[in-house]
Design a binder for this molecule. Structure first.
Ligand SMILES: [Zn+2]
Length: 208
């Protein structure tokens, strides 16, 4: 009986006679009450990394499209150069772009008369121009360092390790795991930084 009481006291009180109380979720914060001074020292332990979706908004879509492109047009040769694709997309963008924006400059009423045609051409231009850039950029980023296949080396896991503001930008730090879907080459703990301008809307606006 006496032995167990002594043990219990030893657990709660250290050599200075201070008492430690675990507070908050997961007992991450420790409040130390030292002797008779009752001084409260709160130690903030670094936040636990947060698991977030591995892909940004369009990344998954661009990777799927890229793989389809390689299978359909380059006989599944995942190392094939994208130059022919870039040329074709460039031509489509040039044609749709000149057709959609050209007549507007010459005749401002053209848009009203041919709204659907105009819309179609503008969409065609936007898709070919921005989609084309997106696919080419994605192919560069997803080329496996080991086997060299495109659209294969992708992010599988992403941990948010930090967040803050720096020089007017919202900065987020990540630690990611990449691996190749073809040869299995894996790279862990890849440090990544994403930054974007701080949005000008304030949280108060949402409450209106
Ligand atoms: Zn590989």
């Amino acid at each position: 009986m006496a032995k167990s009481t002594a043990k219990k006291q030893k657990k709660n009180k250290d050599e200075n006679g201070s008492t430690r109380i675990k507070i908050g979720d997961n007992n991450r914060n420790t409040a130390v009450i030292v002797g008779d001074n009752n001084q409260l020292i709160q130690k903030n332990v670094e936040e636990k990394p947060l698991q977030v979706p591995p892909n940004d908004e369009n990344e998954g879509l661009l990777i799927s499209f890229g793989r389809w492109l390689m299978r359909s047009f380059f006989h599944g040769d995942m190392k094939h150069t994208l130059t022919p694709f870039t040329i074709v997309v460039g031509i489509i963008a040039a044609i749709t772009g000149s057709l959609s924006f050209g007549p507007l400059i010459l005749d401002p009423t053209y848009f009203v008369k041919n709204a659907y045609l105009e819309l179609g051409l503008t969409l065609g231009f936007a898709l070919s121009a921005f989609g084309g850039i997106g696919v080419v950029e994605t192919s560069k980023r997803t080329t496996c360092p080991k086997c060299g296949q495109k659209f294969m080396y992708t992010r599988k896991e992403r941990l948010k390790t930090g967040e803050g503001t720096h020089q007017g930008m919202e900065v987020t730090n990540y630690r990611s795991t990449y691996s190749c879907d073809h040869c299995g080459f894996t790279k862990k703990n890849v440090k990544e930084i994403s930054h974007r301008p701080i949005p000008e809307t304030y949280e108060d606006d949402e409450e209106e």
